[in-house]
Design a protein around this ligand. Structure first.
Ligand SMILES: *Cc1c(COP(=O)(O)O)cnc(C)c1O
Length: 234
């Protein structure tokens, strides 16, 4: 099968699975945004995905996002940075990014506010929460998120739209579902305790192996990479 046809078919399959998972939990497919993670593929494959109608693309490394965003500047793509952003790359990255899923430290919060203010832009972000408790992973511990939100409340150029999390082990769907549920419950608790104005509508959770259970637990953004490239020789 031709490459672009395979991509269209994979995209249609994933979209159908998203719709089915949403319907199963009484949600609308329109409430779940597919972020296609293009970190494994070159610019031309990313272009084919956009041409097939997928306009939310995610990268985990800032430099790769810069490269692809420049090459695909003619397309109406909303870029998502889903990996760690070093402070010294903020200035170049923020103008390109529609949503930063990885607000993962207080230091970065201050850097984002400073840089966005300098550039005269608004940054949309998600607080990354280390829901698996794996010490090698980035993100705030669940009990640190309230303080992180308090720090963001003083940042006029940073709008926090919700929370992002990753499940601990691939293949253990029960554990993933528990971890995603814990992220949703944390969000619901913060809504009640922090401020009525803070609705935190977005929950970014779920990847190729676990996006269906993530949708069941309330994901509004799923970050799917490898599943979209099944059958392609990369
Ligand atoms: C790579 C990556 C994904 C996509 O993973 P797949 O299993 O290939 O779907 C999602 N989220 C983050 C943070 C990633 O780094």
């Amino acid at each position: 099968m031709e490459r672009d046809e395979r991509i269209r078919e994979n995209l249609a399959t994933v979209r159908q699975q998203i719709a089915d998972a949403a319907a199963c939990s009484g949600r609308s497919a329109a409430d779940v945004t597919l972020v296609a993670v293009t970190k494994y593929v070159d610019t031309e494959v990313a272009r084919a995905l956009a041409a097939a109608g997928c306009h939310n693309l995610g990268e985990s490394r800032p430099q790769e996002l810069w490269r692809k965003a420049a090459a695909l500047a003619d397309l109406p793509i909303r870029w998502h940075l889903i990996g760690h952003l070093q402070s010294n790359k903020a200035r170049r990255t923020l103008p390109l990014v529609g949503l930063l899923h990885s607000v993962d430290s207080t230091r970065l919060i201050h850097e984002l506010e400073r840089t966005a203010s300098d550039l005269g832009i608004q940054v949309e972000g998600l607080i990354e929460v280390n829901i698996s408790g794996d010490a090698t992973k980035h993100g705030f511990a669940p009990n640190e998120v309230e303080a992180a939100l308090a720090a963001c409340a003083n940042c006029a150029h940073l709008r926090i739209q919700g929370l992002m999390g990753m499940a601990s082990r691939e293949g253990d769907l029960d554990a993933a579902q528990r971890e995603f549920a814990s992220l949703r419950e944390l969000r619901d608790r913060l809504r009640r305790t922090v401020s009525a104005a803070l609705t935190l509508p977005e929950l970014s959770m779920g990847m190729s192996g676990d996006f269906k259970v993530a949708i069941r637990e309330g994901a509004t953004l799923v970050r799917v990479g490898s599943r979209l490239f099944d059958g392609l020789s990369l």
